[in-house]
Design a protein around this ligand. Structure first.
Ligand code: NAD
Length: 264
């Protein structure tokens, strides 16, 4: 792959699995120095580090175990990255969690955790990287929102509120920085094929007594007109494009990658 990000340094939050790991791999393959973050079993974190080292043919990346539900740890993660990588040119705010319940019964602790990790961490991370990015007059902040940043579904009050908040924060950040070399964009995927998401297909098939194909197309992907998963690689390629050299005018966008979900 062309090393379009050679000399750039990136922090990808929640990159020990799923979409974050896919983005980290893509940025590393394009030549960026990457710092990982996220939870997981030691062997899973070791595997994620190994995967990055393999694509860039270099040494294993640094991993921050920061718990992004805590503002102080978000700030420490950015400081750690500035120490380990020398600077942070690219911040991908990707870490996120989900919990479903009708709003009337939504547990307060789950609400607080989702708002803290899915929304407030994006604010704290953005605030922490901006002084360095402004000094160098270059930066790419990419927030992994969701189709649920643009439209709602039942039983996802905290997630939908947080992701709509991320899209709003993206716009404010973008317009404040529009006359600098720093851009801020949100990527809004539909259902993405990750190990955790795939597990849901079997569970739905079992619960509804239908085939896995019916569970996928008629239930899980009921709102996704393409009737196929968005692939991690598609999200990662969009992130790479946003980081590219000729994308200075691309800012404040909520980039849908959802097989037609929010258009329908
Ligand atoms: P995932 O569960 O595979 O990965 C989530 C990552 O976040 C993991 O690395 C996990 O360790 C990390 N994380 C969770 N809580 C954390 C905390 N407190 N501090 C630090 N790290 C923490 O999930 P995924 O499907 O890859 O989702 C990644 C992002 O993409 C999320 O923001 C999610 O909302 C969004 N998204 C996912 C889908 C999908 O279909 N999978 C669709 C749209 C948007």
């Amino acid at each position: 792959m062309e090393k379009t990000l050679s000399g750039r340094s990136a922090v990808v939050t929640g990159s020990t699995s799923g979409i974050g790991l896919g983005i980290a791999r893509m940025l590393a393959a394009a030549g960026a120095k990457v710092m990982l973050n996220g939870f997981g079993k030691p062997e899973d974190i070791a595997a994620a580090k190994h995967a990055i080292a393999e694509v860039c043919g270099g040494e294993e990346p640094h991993h921050s175990a920061a718990d992004l539900s805590k503002a102080e740890e978000v700030r420490e993660m950015v400081a750690e990255a500035e120490g380990a990588l020398g600077k942070v040119d690219i911040l991908v705010n990707n870490a996120g969690i989900q919990f479903t319940s009708p709003v009337a019964d939504f547990p307060e602790d789950k609400w607080n955790a989702i708002i803290a990790i899915n929304l407030s961490a994006v604010f704290h991370g953005t605030k922490a990287v901006l002084p360095g990015m402004k000094e160098r007059n270059w930066g790419r902040i990419i927030n992994i929102a969701s189709a649920h940043g643009l439209v709602a579904s039942p039983e996802k009050a905290a997630y939908v509120a947080a992701k709509h908040g991320v899209v709003g924060l993206t716009k404010v950040t973008a317009i404040e920085l529009a006359q600098t070399g720093i851009t801020c964009n949100a990527i809004c995927p539909g259902f993405v094929r990750t190990p955790l998401a795939e597990v849901q297909v079997g569970a739905i098939a079992k619960a509804k007594g239908v085939s896995e194909d019916v569970a996928l197309k008629d239930h899980l992907l009921a709102k996704q007109p393409s009737k196929r998963w968005v692939e991690v690689e598609e999200v990662a390629r969009m992130a790479l494009y946003v980081c590219g050299p000729d994308t200075g005018s691309l800012t404040g966008a909520a980039l849908s990658l959802d097989g037609g979900w929010v258009a329908s």
